[in-house]
Write a protein that binds this ligand. Structure first.
Ligand code: ACK
Length: 918
C-alpha cells in the first residue's frame, strides 16, 4: 500500500479531530506555528519533486500528545504487515529556547473488522515501536536546504482481523512524515516450466508454503509441478513440469499452436517441425501434415517421414527358359517412389495367339521362392506347360501401393516354353497274375510332352526297396517274370522322351498267386483245365453264333482279334448307334463360353463340361443348327457314333452328345491350338524339327490306331488334325458324309465322287479305292504340310494338273530345311503302288528312331525352295539332292532296298545316278 494518496489530512488534538486546510505553497520546511497539531503541508523532496507531508513541531509547550491516524486499511490475505516510514526530525539542540523537545515519535496500530470512521480511542491502539531518527537536521541544514530523510521499517503481525488503522503519536518532537508505505510480502503469480503458480502469501511461521502449479493452456502435466513460497515472498525449489500438447510448442511462457506448414506430433517442449517433403498443412496447431496429391503415407510410416508414392515399373526384364521353367530377372524401378520397401509380385498369364487371349495361370505353376512380396529382383517359375506361351507381369510395389490401386506399374515379358519331360503314368492295370509272373499294362502319361521313347519299370518286393529290378519297355505293357509266389511287389513306372525321364508314377502294389503242393496241384490243375475247356467251348459257341447274327446286321472290318470299328450306317436306327457309342449328356452340365469356328452343321464353340462328382473340364461343342432335316441330324450325329468308338491319345475324344434337348450337340475334348494347318501358319518357322517330328509321330500313332480298328479316314489333312496346348496332335473329323459335304477342299472327280484331290491317293481318285494305304498317301501330304508350316500342297496348281502330274510320277519337292529322312518317308507314302507304301506302324517306328537319334535329322534334303511349276520327277533319280554319297545312303537307310546296297561300293553320286529305279 502507498499511503501517500490515502492519508487523510486529519489533525487531532486530544480526542477532538479538527481538519485544517493544507497549505497550497509547497515548502521544504516550514516555520513552526503556535498550534499543537499535525499539519499537512506541501513541500519538495530531495529531488525537488512536490510532495505532501504531515508535520508537527510543538516544542514550546509541555505534555504533547498529538495523534495522526490513517484511514482503515483492509488486510486482504496479508498476515504480516510491514510499515515503512520516511521522515525528517529536527535536532532538539539546534532549536533555541525549547521547552520540551523530543527526538522520537510513536507508531501504533489498531486491528478492526470495520472502518472506525471518526471514532478514536487512544487506549485501543497498540504501540508498534518508538521511532527515532538516525539523523536529525539542524538550522544550518535548513539553510543549506539539506533534507536528512530517515527511513524506518517495522513489522506488525500476525494480523487476524479484516483491516487496521495505523497511528503516529507525537510527544513533542519536531517531525515531518514524508511517506508511509504499508505493505505485505507475497510470492507473486509466476509461470515456471509451463506451470502457473498463483499469488501466494507466506504464512507467518518460518516454514515454506508448498504450492501446486497448474499447467498453462494447451499443455499437460508431465510431473506434478510444485514450488515453495518463502516468508520473504520468494519462490524456491521448482519441481515437476508441464509439456505442450501435440500441435503446440513452447513460446515464451505459453504453449502456442504450430504455424501453418509446421506440425508437432508428440507432446513435449520441442519446437514444431516443418512439414516433411510432399506434405502440407494450411491450419494452425497441426499434429501431422497431409500428403500432397498422388503422395501417400503407409500406416506404419512416422509423420516425420516424407510422403511417398508407388514405384515405377521394374526395368530390363530378362527371361532364361529351361524346358518348362523360366528364370526371370529384372532391374529395380527407376523411381522407388521415395521409399526403400519396394517388393515385386509376379503375375503369370497363359496366352494364346491373338489379341488379349490370356488367362491367369492355373495353380500347378510354382514360383520360387514365391510369386508375391519378392524382395530380390529374380524369381524362378517352374512346372509350366511345354510349348506354351506365357506372359509374366512383374509389378513393383511398395507400402503405399495399396492406397493407389489405379496406379499399377509393371513390366511384362512373354515367353514360350520348350520341350518338357513327360508327366507321370497314372493308370496301371494288372492284366494277368500267376505264381511267378505279373503282366501289366498302362496308359500313356496325360502329358507326354513329346514322343515317348520307352518306359522304365522298377519293381521290388514290398519292404525290400533296396534290391529292385529295372526293366525297359517300348510299349505300354510288360510281363514281370521270375517273381516269388504269393508275394507282394511294389512297382513304379516312368516314361522317357528326348527331354529325359518324367516323374515316377505312384507305387502300385501287386501280388503273385499262392503256391500249391504238387499233389493237390494236379487235382486242381485237372479241375481248372476242365473248367477252362468248358468255358472256352461256351465262349467259342457264343462267338460263332453272335458273329453270324452280327454279320447280317453290320459290316465289320479290321483285324481279327482286335476291337474293330462298326459302321453306324449298318444300324437301321442311327440313334441306336449314337446311344451305343456316345454318352448322353445333360445340357445343364454344359456351359458355352464362345464360338470358335463354323462347322458344316452349325457353330463350333468352346465351353466347360461339369459332370456330377467330376472335375470341370474344357470342351469343344459342335452344334446342329436349327431347322435341320432328319438326314442332317443323322449325318451330324454319325460323327459322334464313330468318334465314340475310339479311345486313343491321338484321336479326338468324345465326351458325349446332347440329343434329348435342343440344340443337338456333340461334345469333345477341347484342343486349345485349333487346327494344325492354321496353327503352323501362325507359328511359321518357330518350332524345332524334333517338335515337328513329335507332332507327326502323334498323327501317325493315331492313324495306326484307326487302321488297326479297320477305319479308313478318307480325309486326312492338316486341317483335320487338332492341336492341344501341349502340342499333342489328334486326328479329328469323322463325319460319314464329311468328305462329300464338309470339306471345302473336296472336289468332284470325273467319276462323280467329291474328293480332296491334293490329299488323296491316285487309286482313290481314279476308282474310289479308299484304304488305309490311301490314308498313308494322305499322311505323306500331311508330313509335307507340317514340314512346310502349312503350305498348300501343289500351291496354286489346278486339281486337274495335280492329278495329271502325280500320275506322271511327279511329286512335291522337299520343303525348306526338311530333313532328308523325312522327305524320304513322304516319297515312300507317295509310292504309286499302294502296297509299297509304309504301314502307319512303320511310320511310327521310323519317327521314333528319328526322335531317339536327332542327329539323323541334321541332313536336309537340298531342294530348299519352291520350284516354279515343277514337281520333282520321281521316275528318275532324285539323288542329286544329296551332296555326298554318305548323305544319300544315310537318308536311304529306311528304304526296303537298303540291304541291296550294303557291301557295294559307289564312288560318286554320278555312278549311283545311273542306277535305275529297279
Ligand atoms: O482352326 P480352328 O480354331 O479349330 O477352327 C476350327 C473350327 O472349330 C471349325 O472346325 C475348331 N475346333 C473344332 N474342334 C475343336 C476342338 N475339339 N477344340 C478346339 N477347337 C476345335 C477348329
Amino acid at each position: 500500500f502507498s499511503l501517500r494518496a490515502h492519508l487523510f489530512c486529519w489533525v487531532m488534538n486530544s480526542s477532538q479531530p479538527l481538519q485544517r486546510p493544507c497549505l497550497t505553497q509547497p515548502r521544504a520546511f516550514i516555520n513552526l506555528t503556535e498550534s499543537h497539531i499535525w499539519e499537512e503541508i506541501s513541500g519538495v523532496d530531495e529531488h525537488y519533486t512536490p510532495i505532501r507531508t504531515f508535520q508537527v513541531c510543538n516544542v514550546m509547550e509541555y505534555s504533547q500528545n498529538n495523534w495522526l491516524r490513517t484511514n482503515w486499511i483492509p488486510r486482504n490475505s496479508a498476515q504480516k504487515i510491514y510499515v515503512e516510514l520516511k521522515f525528517t526530525l529536527r535536532d532538539c539542540n539546534s532549536i533555541p529556547m525549547v521547552l520540551t523537545c523530543k527526538e522520537t515519535f510513536n507508531l501504533h496500530y489498531l486491528e478492526t473488522d470495520e472502518d472506525q470512521g471518526s471514532k478514536f480511542r487512544e487506549h485501543q491502539f497498540s504501540k508498534i515501536d518508538t521511532i527515532a531518527a538516525d539523523e536529525s537536521f539542524t538550522q544550518m541544514d535548513l539553510g543549506d536546504r539539506i533534507l536528512k530523510l530517515n527511513t524506518e521499517v517495522r513489522e506488525v503481525g500476525p494480523m487476524t482481523k479484516k483491516g487496521f488503522h495505523l497511528a503516529f503519536q507525537d510527544v513533542g518532537a519536531c517531525v515531518a512524515l514524508v511517506s508511509v508505505r504499508v505493505y505485505f510480502k507475497k510470492c507473486p503469480f509466476t509461470v515456471r516450466n509451463l506451470a502457473m503458480f498463483p499469488d501466494t502469501v507466506p504464512t507467518d511461521s518460518q516454514s515454506l508454503v508448498e504450492v501446486r502449479g497448474s499447467c498453462v493452456n494447451n499443455s499437460r502435466e508431465e510431473d506434478p509441478p510444485k514450488m515453495y513460497c518463502s516468508t520473504e515472498g520468494e519462490w524456491l525449489v521448482p519441481i515437476g513440469k508441464c509439456l505442450c500438447n501435440i500441435g503446440y510448442e513452447e513460446r515464451g511462457v505459453a504453449c502456442q499452436a504450430c504455424r501453418p506448414g509446421f506440425y508437432k506430433a508428440s507432446s513435449g517442449n520441442v519446437e514444431c517441425s516443418k512439414c516433411p517433403p510432399h506434405s502440407y498443412t494450411h491450419q494452425e496447431g497441426a499434429v501431422h501434415c497431409d500428403c500432397e496429391k498422388n503422395y501417400f503415407r503407409a500406416e506404419e510410416d512416422p509423420v516425420s517421414m516424407a510422403c511417398s508414392r508407388p514405384p515405377s515399373a521394374p526395368r530390363n526384364v530378362i527371361s532364361a527358359i529351361n524346358e518348362t521353367s523360366v528364370i526371370l530377372d529384372w532391374s529395380l524401378p527407376a523411381d522407388s517412389g521415395g521409399r526403400k520397401d519396394v517388393t515385386f509380385n509376379v503375375v503369370c498369364k497363359r496366352c494364346w495367339p491373338g489379341p488379349r487371349q490370356c488367362e491367369p495361370c492355373l495353380g500347378a505353376v510354382r514360383f520360387l521362392p514365391r510369386a508375391t512380396g519378392l524382395t530380390n529382383t529374380t524369381v524362378t517359375v517352374v512346372d509350366l506347360l511345354a510349348h506354351t506361351n506365357y506372359t509374366f507381369e512383374i509389378e513393383a510395389q511398395n507400402r503405399v501401393s495399396p492406397q493407389a490401386p489405379t496406379i499399377r506399374q509393371y513390366a511384362a515379358v512373354t515367353i514360350t516354353t520348350n520341350q518338357a519331360a513327360p508327366s507321370a503314368v497314372t493308370v496301371i492295370r494288372k492284366d494277368r497274375t500267376s505264381r511267378n509272373s505279373i503282366s501289366l499294362s498302362w496308359m500313356e502319361p496325360e502329358r507326354p510332352n513329346g514322343i515317348i521313347l520307352d518306359y522304365e519299370v522298377k519293381y521290388y518286393e514290398k519292404e525290400q526297396e533296396t534290391s529292385y529290378t529295372i526293366l525297359r519297355s517300348k510299349g505300354t505293357n510288360v510281363t514281370l517274370n521270375g517273381l516269388k509266389p504269393d508275394t507282394t511287389y511294389l512297382l513304379q513306372i516312368r516314361a522317357r522322351t528326348a527331354a529325359g525321364y518324367g516323374s515316377s508314377s505312384r507305387k502300385f502294389e501287386f501280388e503273385t498267386t499262392f503256391s500249391i503242393s504238387s499233389e493237390n496241384s494236379q487235382v486242381v490243375l485237372i479241375a481248372v483245365s476242365s473248367a477252362v475247356a468248358i468255358i472256352l467251348l461256351t465262349v467259342l459257341l457264343y462267338i460263332v453264333i453272335s458273329r453270324s447274327v452280327c454279320q447280317s446286321k453290320h459290316s465289320h472290318t479290321g483285324l481279327p482279334g482286335i476291337k474293330t470299328y462298326v459302321d453306324p450306317h449298318t444300324y437301321e436306327d442311327p440313334s441306336q448307334a449314337v446311344h451305343e457309342f456316345a454318352k448322353e449328356l445333360e445340357a445343364s452340365c454344359i456351359a458355352i463360353d464362345k464360338v470358335v469356328g463354323a462347322g458344316e452343321f452349325g457353330e463350333v464353340c468352346s465351353g466347360r463340361l461339369k459332370l456330377p462328382s467330376k472335375k470341370e473340364i474344357c470342351v469343344a461343342i459342335k452344334t446342329l443348327k436349327a431347322g435341320y432335316t432328319e438326314k442332317q441330324r443323322r449325318d451330324f450325329l454319325s460323327e459322334a457314333s464313330i468318334m465314340g468308338q475310339f479311345d486313343h491319345p491321338n484321336i479326338i475324344r468324345l465326351e458325349g452328345v446332347v440329343t434329348r434337348s435342343k440344340p443337338v450337340m456333340i461334345v469333345t475334348e477341347y484342343m486349345e491350338n485349333g487346327s494344325l494347318d492354321g496353327f503352323l501358319r501362325k507359328h511359321d518357322a518357330q518350332f524345332t524339327v524334333i517338335q515337328l517330328v513329335g507332332m507327326l509321330r502323334g498323327i501317325a500313332s493315331g492313324m495306326k490306331y484307326l487302321s488297326d480298328m479297320g477305319y479308313v479316314h478318307r480325309d486326312l489333312a492338316a486341317r483335320n488334325i487338332l492341336v492341344n496346348s501341349n502340342l499333342v496332335c489328334k486326328v479329328s473329323d469323322f463325319g460319314l458324309s464329311r468328305v462329300l459335304e464338309d470339306d471345302p477342299e473336296a472336289a468332284y472327280t470325273t467319276r462323280g465322287g467329291k474328293i480332296p484331290i491334293r490329299w488323296t491317293a491316285p487309286e482313290a481318285i481314279a476308282y474310289r479305292k479308299f484304304t488305309s494305304a490311301s490314308d498313308v498317301w494322305s499322311y505323306g501330304i500331311v508330313l509335307w504340310e507340317v514340314m512346310s508350316y502349312g503350305e498348300r500342297p501343289y500351291w496354286e496348281m489346278s486339281n486337274q494338273d495335280v492329278i495329271k502330274a502325280v500320275d506322271e510320277g511327279y511329286r512335291l519337292p522337299p520343303p525348306m530345311e526338311c530333313p532328308a529322312t523325312l522327305y524320304q518317308l513322304m516319297l515312300d507314302c507317295w509310292q504309286k503302288d499302294r502296297n509299297n507304301r509304309p504301314k502307319f506302324e512303320q511310320s511310327v517306328s521310323i519317327l521314333d528312331k528319328l526322335i531317339r537319334n536327332p542327329s539323323s535329322l541334321k541332313i536336309t534334303a537340298s531342294t530348299a525352295s519352291r520350284p516354279v511349276n515343277l514337281l520333282l520327277d520321281r521316275t528318275s533319280t532324285d539323288i542329286t539332292s544329296f551332296h555326298t554319297m554318305g548323305d544319300w545312303l544315310e537318308s536311304a537307310r529306311t528304304l526296303p532296298c537298303k540291304d541291296a546296297f550294303s557291301g557295294v561300293s559307289y564312288s560318286s553320286c554320278d555312278t549311283l545316278a545311273k542306277t535305275s529305279a529297279e
